[in-house]
Design a protein around this ligand. Structure first.
Ligand code: ATP
Length: 303
């Protein structure tokens, strides 16, 4: 089983002609509210890919629709508490060039403590996977407790912050990072080329499997001196929100199916390429049938 201790956010998505500038008041031409949060997106992607995932997190009791949406997708939601604190939410601007900027309010995602995690971990078994992102509190406790339980730990340190540098990352078995996160963790400039980035990161975390995603350029896997590259599909992106989450969910679901690294990368990359052609976070995550069809046909563009 894979347990995803992750954020659940209510996403307020605004379509804008450009990302708002300091001091500017900008009219948005569209507003939608939907389920989001890196944690929830990754659970949804895992479930849509056919993977087995139990989500741990919390939401305000009035926002039970978000829990229901995860349950409807096949996520085990027994570890999602309904609490008095406001739900986490995000104000997302998406411009006409598909670039995004996000303001986060953590809310209930930051109300978890070590005791909650200890209780949740009672139901896990050594060898299960624990997936983490950087949108929930008590992450150091989650890594420590997960490690003590013999869980395999996958970590996506997004959104990146200095606090991540103090986490016991050497206890993580698998790390998903984009270019900015990789550079921050490795202590190198963001324009460092992928080769040097992977070298610097693997020197810092020699026994951790690394998956480095590079947007429309593609993705790398590195482990034990071996590297594999997967080019991104050439598609017309309209909204890259949750591209990384879709990639991670599909990659982990493929891992549950014991697929090779090359096949995990191919499935994840195809799913993310379909996702960036649609607007929204959760709403953009493709179904497994769509991804399998695109992979088999080599036709990744949505008409
Ligand atoms: P986000 O924070 O927007 O969810 P991220 O920064 O974590 O994304 P990226 O590296 O931007 O992650 O993208 C993840 C993967 O999605 C890429 O490795 C690639 O496979 C796919 N992808 C992203 N952007 C594009 C694009 N423009 N065209 C095709 N595939 C893309």
């Amino acid at each position: 089983m894979l347990y995803n201790y992750g954020s659940i956010n209510l996403d307020h998505v605004y379509r804008v002609p450009h990302l708002v500038r300091p001091g500017e008041t900008l009219a948005s031409h569209e507003h939608r509210v939907g389920l989001g949060g890196k944690g929830a997106n990754q659970s949804l992607a895992l479930a849509k890919a056919g993977g087995q995932v139990a989500h741990w997190g919390s939401l305000n009791a009035q926002d039970g629709w978000a829990r229901q949406q995860l349950a409807d997708a096949g996520v085990d939601v027994n570890g999602i508490a309904e609490v008095a604190a406001p739900s986490g939410h995000a104000i997302i601007q998406v411009d006409d060039g598909a670039e995004n900027a996000i303001l986060l309010f953590p809310g209930a995602n930051h109300h978890h403590a070590a005791d909650d995690l200890s209780r949740l971990m009672e139901g896990t078994q050594a060898g299960d996977w624990l997936l983490l992102q950087n949108e929930c509190s008590a992450l150091a406790d989650a890594i420590r407790l997960g490690h003590e339980k013999g869980l395999n730990i996958a970590f996506n340190p997004a959104p990146m912050s200095d606090a991540v540098l103090d986490l016991p990352l050497d206890r993580c078995d698998l790390l998903f990072v984009n270019r900015g996160e990789a550079a921050w963790l490795a202590g190198v400039a963001e324009d460092t080329d992928a080769d040097a980035l992977l070298t610097a990161l693997s020197e810092r975390l020699p026994s951790t499997q690394l998956v480095l995603t590079l947007g429309g350029e593609g993705a790398w896997h590195q482990h034990g001196g071996q590297r594999q590259f997967q080019a991104a599909s050439r598609v017309e992106a309209v909204d890259t929100t949750a591209a990384g989450d879709t990639f991670i969910g599909y990659y982990l679901a493929a891992m549950q199916e014991q697929k090779t690294v090359a096949d995990c990368l191919a499935l994840a990359s195809t799913a993310a390429a379909l996702g960036v052609q649609r607007q929204g976070a959760a709403a953009s995550i493709p179904t497994r049938d769509e991804v399998d069809t695109a992979l088999a046909s080599g036709q990744h563009a949505i008409r």
